[in-house]
Design a protein around this ligand. Structure first.
Ligand code: SF4
Length: 303
């Protein structure tokens, strides 16, 4: 029996579904019922009527799903799959900043660990970061942890002082301007769409700056035949699967090694054993839930 057939059998036996981030390898995306960005998946899980969810992504994503879905068993096939950017937040330093800046709101990207979220006033995603920061009454904001997404937010927010944490996602930060320009010369008619985790100099030369969901949407709507994409290379798998008539070009080889720690074999093992289950400390979870829920209210326009 193939691994894929075994997975289907186990899902049925164990009342389980698989969700996978856009940066997971193609065979895992194919095994998943839902593929998307981190927060989209966490919210999707809340709508599912199942006992077990195998979450193929890095640790902060699985934690967010566990915080928002206490009624389900959230299983992470590889607990060593973490996010180096989320780990760039030193909690003592963050608490020290808060003490020295009582007027400032801490806005944390969802790409943070539960401890950071628990110290935050509100969370944001790459697609709603500007809206979230604009909605706040505070004169000052600390944007945590991605300095590049923070720089992007600063382009739109003039009425607040925005301090930036010095974190970054190496996968996006390593995308080089020369590599993007080389592709632009090769495909002068291509549309350039980049993720806001890229450096400001990449954002400057892009036609559009979008989250992964936004990149997919551009592919579906643009008339351009070629697209230059500034994000993790596995996004190309999803783009090709959903919009096969276009050609996608990635500058360099942007790879998140942590996302690749999950394999189809590990997914099978997780489904067989229904572990490792991600549990979150109740106190921390209830503090982390507040900034997540506040972000959702802002998204609905109810705050
Ligand atoms: S792509 Fe970047 S932000 Fe996403 S999990 Fe990997 S290191 Fe973290």
């Amino acid at each position: 029996m193939s691994l894929s057939d075994r997975i289907e059998e186990l899902k049925e036996e164990n009342d389980a579904v698989i969700v996978a981030h856009n940066y997971q390898v193609g065979e895992i995306q194919d095994a998943a019922e839902f593929v998307g960005d981190s927060f989209g998946l966490a919210r999707k899980v809340t709508e599912l009527d199942v006992s077990n969810v195998v979450f193929c992504g890095v640790d902060f994503m699985v934690e967010s799903a566990a915080v928002l879905n206490t009624d389900k068993r959230i299983i992470h096939p590889e607990s060593q799959a973490g996010c180096p950017m989320a780990q760039m937040v030193d909690l003592d330093e963050l608490r020290d900043y808060k003490e020295k800046n009582p007027d400032a709101a801490v806005v944390s990207y969802v790409n943070t660990n539960i401890e950071t979220k628990a110290e935050s006033d509100v969370c944001c995603t790459s697609s709603n970061a500007v809206k979230v920061v604009e909605s706040l009454d505070n004169p000052k904001v600390l944007f945590v942890p991605d300095r590049n997404l923070g720089h992007y937010v600063k382009r739109f927010v003039q009425d607040k002082e925005v301090d930036l944490w010095e974190g970054y996602c190496a996968t996006h930060d390593d995308i080089m301007k020369e590599d993007v320009e080389k592709l632009m010369n090769e495909y002068p008619e291509a549309e350039v769409v980049v993720h806001p985790e890229c450096k400001p100099e990449i954002v400057d030369i892009a036609d559009f700056v979008e989250s992964t969901a936004g990149i997919l949407e551009r592919a579906k709507t643009t008339s351009a035949k070629h697209m230059i994409i500034g994000t993790e290379k596995e996004m190309g798998y999803r783009l090709k699967k959903e919009v096969p008539e276009k050609e996608y070009h990635f500058p360099g080889d942007p790879t998140c090694q942590n996302m690749k720690k999950i394999t189809l074999e590990k997914v099978v093992r997780s489904l067989e054993r229904l572990e490792p289950v991600i549990t979150v400390d109740e106190g921390l979870a209830s503090r982390a839930k507040k900034p997540l829920e506040r972000m959702i209210r802002i998204g609905r326009g109810s705050e």
